[in-house]
Ligand binder design. Structure first.
Ligand code: NAD
Length: 510
């Protein structure tokens, strides 16, 4: 049984999707694949409600978001039931990574949007007779498209930012995890959010494509590189701005002076949390030769302590989509066929009915293996020995991806220098994955990992039109550059140039 099955609707032309719990394969329910007409209707609804929403003060919009946090606190058990049933992830993990992080994002943007988006005056370095105001205005209607790995957080976090900036939202969640997004709609309704400000459309790629084509004012897309490319093509054709938060192949660099206990625990957490289905999962390790054996031994030991399951207390849950399980298997098979050694796992978990892959450690890996080049998005930790840090950085950068990375050393200055040398949007020193949860931190990738940033002040401003208003302060009769041009104007410009760039006072003033 697949987690998502296509059903033809009994009447009419629409399709429905039937979903199952990936850990137990128990049925979860059905959702509609909404049509392009449904998407247009949702956008219409958003357009109608947006001006009144934008007219509210930051405090008023913030109060709605703070009410959402209170509803989440009240309903957390119910939300956890839905998220864990839909994804098969451990309850503790769902609480920490989906619910806590969502509450923090809601509260963070509710409190800080006013300061980040306040209209401001900027002093001018040259045209002293003018004044510059920068205004952050809402874009209008934001289309948000989300993946299945964090179905609650990745729905609420961009929504909170878009709403605080004064926009309305039409959101299309992954077809594999629509029920968490439905919960988001329910809690926003329970918090009294005005009708039409947040609109949910369910469905698969067809519905997503309809949303990208339908004429929203920005697309905030999180998902795979392949889909991101299609989204960017449509956005390019229609000149719609977009941010693309795409896949990763995050490297981990372990220096000879690393705290090996912490680094090995970090490696095991970074690779196996959410069963490796995190865009910032540790997907490949480069460990300096002199500590490689000890580091690997500790990783294997930590991994043997992990409990995989679906019930009660466990550490590693299921793979959310069966197609993902096939990718994971094929990467491990390819690596083993090319000479990699399996030190743990390397197979589906035979004791579970659902989609489980055992936490897997590979050594003797090389850079021609798929597991070192393509996003595995599963619980696989390939470890490669390198002679030194320079070789580690060279391999880390030998990738089409550049989302996140992590570096482990007791010398924080060296850690920061290595971080700067890595080609990626985000890097963590002596920790892993945490970037997305640091609300102040802009998050996003370089190379194939994406375009643009979410989160922090930069992300919040990305949901705005940045308008520049230049105001003349003197209002004299004319300006030096206005018609008619004359020899006098030419001489005056040359005199100005001599003063501004030819004297130390001029350079200091400018
Ligand atoms: P996906 O690209 O298959 O789907 C993402 C979303 O796009 C889904 O809602 C899907 O229905 C929709 N979609 C599919 N075809 C579309 C089309 N033609 N036009 C518009 N929308 C379309 O990705 P996924 O498998 O759901 O998610 C896993 C991927 O997401 C991984 O590569 C992972 O690294 C990435 N991801 C990135 C981040 C980040 O912040 N950078 C976060 C989480 C996941």
């Amino acid at each position: 049984m697949a987690v998502v099955e296509q059903l033809e609707r009994a009447s009419g032309n629409g399709r429905r999707l039937r979903l199952a719990n990936p850990a137990t394969l128990q049925p979860l329910g059905e959702v509609d694949v909404q049509s392009a007409a449904d998407v247009r209707a949702a956008i219409e609804c958003a357009r109608k409600s947006q001006p009144a929403w934008a007219a509210l003060s930051f405090e008023e919009r913030g109060h709605y978001l703070e009410r959402v946090v209170r509803v989440i606190l009240e309903r957390q058990e119910e939300l956890l039931d839905v998220i864990t049933r839909e994804t098969g992830k451990p309850r503790v993990e769902a609480l920490a990574t989906e619910i806590v992080t969502s509450c923090d994002a809601l509260q963070f943007y509710a409190k800080r949007a006013k300061q980040v988006l306040a209209e401001r005056t900027l002093p001018l370095h040259l045209l002293k007779t003018k004044k510059l105001r920068i205004a952050y205005k809402p874009l209008g209607v934001i289309g948000i498209i989300t993946p299945w790995n964090f179905p609650f957080l990745l729905t609420l976090n961009p929504t909170a930012q878009a709403l605080m900036a004064g926009n309305a939202v039409v959101l299309k969640p992954s077809e594999a995890t629509p029920f968490s997004a439905r919960c988001v709609q329910e809690i926003l309704d329970a918090a009294g959010l005005p009708e039409g400000v947040f609109n949910l459309v369910t469905g698969d790629g067809e519905t997503g494509e309809a949303l990208v084509e339908a004429g929203v004012d920005k697309i905030s897309f999180t998902g795979s590189v392949a889909t991101g490319r299609k989204v960017a093509e449509i956005c390019g054709r229609n000149l719609v701005p977009c941010t693309l938060e795409l896949g990763g192949k995050d490297p981990m660099i372990v220096c000879a002076d690393a705290d090996l206990d912490r680094a090995s625990r970090g490696a095991v957490f970074g690779a196996f949390a959410n069963s490796g289905q995190v865009c910032t999962s540790t997907e490949r390790v480069y460990v300096v030769d002199e500590v490689a054996e000890e580091f690997t031994r500790r990783c294997v030991e930590r991994t043997s302590e992990l409990r995989q399951g679906a019930d009660g207390e466990f550490d590693v849950g299921s793979i959310i989509l069966p197609s993902q399980l096939e990718i994971i298997e094929s990467h491990v098979e390819d690596a083993v066929a090319r000479g990699a050694r399996l030190l743990a796992g390397g197979r589906r978990n035979p004791n579970e009915p659902g989609y489980f892959y055992e936490p897997t450690i590979l050594t003797d890996v090389t850079h021609d293996m798929r597991v070192m080049r393509e996003e595995t998005f599963g619980p696989v930790l390939p470890i490669m020995r390198v002679a030194d840090e320079a070789e580690a950085v060279k391999h880390a950068n030998d990738s089409r991806y550049g989302l996140n990375a992590n570096v482990w050393t007791r010398n924080k200055h060296k850690g920061t220098d290595l971080a700067r040398a890595i080609e990626s949007g985000c890097v963590v020193v002596n920790d892993c994955m945490v970037t997305y949860a640091v609300a102040e931190s802009p998050f996003g990738g370089v190379k194939d990992s994406g375009i643009g940033r979410v989160n922090g002040a930069v992300g919040l401003r990305g949901f705005c039109v940045v308008q520049s208003i230049v105001i003349d302060r003197r209002s004299g009769r004319s300006e030096m550059l206005w018609f008619p041009y004359s020899q006098r104007t030419l001489v005056a410009i040359k005199r100005m140039m001599r003063f501004v760039w030819g004297t130390s006072l001029g350079r200091w003033l400018s």
